[in-house]
Design a protein around this ligand. Structure first.
Ligand SMILES: Cc1ncc(COP(=O)(O)O)c(C=O)c1O
Length: 390
């Protein structure tokens, strides 16, 4: 039996919902898109939700409609999926990397302040592993400096932050519905916002920059349309939205199941000194998207990469989230020409992090299998060292 690091949950309700739409007249730009948008807006307490073809498109749209232009700087976390930073580059802007707290891997507000320049226009926070950032502090920093605040909530849909839903703290929040995410539409994404003007711009952006959609034109009895800005085809189909609607019904239950898996891991790991789960912050919400530990090579005698390899041989597929974005060759090349700003915590933590299997259908037996395999790997390395000495 193979244990992946993440896995979607699909049952007959999802299949039925998709089949119903396949049998209808609208495979895309039909009524189910709006129904899914309304349901997500309600779930995360936002006024507006706009569906996108994937989370990256959602981020691109959010950054662009927030007014990021060539020459502008946007502060992003050093440890995130590359899409967070790429969205800024798509708009001609420059991502400026701020360091993360080494115990949570969440954006460090103090380093955000240090990275602000006269060119900074926005901050994108990312709710790493599903735990929400310190939005009260980030909001204060954004307000004091006249910056937009965006949330990359691809790991954290539905989680609160210090008594409020994440979208209530930010100008816009973005979600991904890739199969490894908390819920799926195969590929898919969403931007939510409380700003009506942004909502309209986002809708236009995902539809080529055309100022009306075909429903509005049909109501007016006209075929005429105008493209008044440059947009993209970033639409999400009705078929995918039907899957999303069915998935959303079970998301609260899945989040509870994830929390139980996290708690079980934590209780098992209390006795082990060579790995440490990330800290949870009182007041921050958590969607438990990933279960990330910091692995000590010094204490275990096994390197992070060797432990991942050994887990894989035992049928357990761990992963690493993420290599600091500026270490990728594309950003290395660019940062030669930019202010190269160091993020020492990100550099130090990256070689230690492991994402262990985490998905709602995981059983206590699965958790014990992961824990037992990790212990066996360390014990076997220890035996090998003794054998060499003897
Ligand atoms: C933090 C983060 N941002 C953005 C994305 C991009 O989402 P998508 O894969 O749907 O384009 C992902 C998903 O991989 C992610 O984890």
């Amino acid at each position: 039996m193979m244990l992946p690091y993440s896995k979607q949950s699909i049952d007959q309700r999802d299949i039925d919902a998709v089949v119903d739409v396949l049998k209808s007249n609208w495979l895309t730009t039909g009524p189910v898109v709006g129904q899914f948008e309304e349901a997500v807006a309600h779930y995360v307490s936002a006024d507006h939700a706009v569906a996108f073809s994937n989370g990256t498109a959602a981020l691109h749209a959010a950054v662009s409609t927030c007014g990021i232009l060539p020459g502008d700087e946007v502060i992003v976390p050093a440890i995130t999926f590359v899409a967070t930073a790429n969205a800024v580059v798509y708009c001609g802007g420059t991502p400026v990397f701020a360091d993360v707290n080494p115990r949570t891997l969440l954006l460090d507000p103090q380093d955000v302040v240090r990275k602000i320049s006269s060119k900074t226009r926005a901050i994108i926070a990312m709710d790493y592993a599903g735990q929400t950032c310190d939005y009260p502090q980030l909001k204060q920093i954004a307000n004091q400096n006249g910056l937009k605040l965006l949330a990359d909530g691809c790991h954290s849909i539905g989680a609160a932050s210090f008594g409020r839903h994440v979208p209530e703290w930010v100008d816009a929040a973005c979600y991904s519905f890739h199969p490894v995410k908390p819920m799926t539409t195969c590929e898919g994404g969403m931007v939510v916002t409380g700003d009506q003007q942004l909502n309209e711009q986002l809708r236009k952006f995902r539809n080529h920059g055309i100022s009306t959609d075909h429903h509005q034109r049909a109501r007016k009895g006209t075929c005429f349309y105008d493209m008044d800005s440059l947009g993209f085809n970033y639409r999400l189909s009705d078929v995918q939205c039907a899957l999303g609607l069915a998935q959303l019904q079970r998301l609260p239950e899945w989040t509870r199941q994830r929390a139980a898996v996290a708690q079980s891991y934590r209780s098992h790991f209390r006795q082990l000194d060579y790995l440490k789960p990330l800290d949870t912050v009182p007041g921050a919400g958590h969607a438990h998207h990933l279960f990330v530990v910091r692995w000590s090579e010094e204490k275990s005698g096994v390197s992070r990469d060797d432990v991942i390899r050994a887990l894989r041989e035992a049928g357990i597929f761990a992963n690493v989230h993420y290599r600091p974005v500026y270490q990728h060759s594309f950003y290395q090349e660019r940062t030669k020409r930019l202010r190269l700003l160091r993020c020492p915590n990100a550099d130090a933590v990256y070689p230690e992090i492991i994402s262990l299997p985490m998905f709602p259908a995981m059983t206590e037996g699965d958790v014990k299998q992961v824990v037992g395999t990790l212990q066996a790997i360390v014990e076997s390395a220890e035996r090998e060292r003794w054998n060499k000495v003897a």
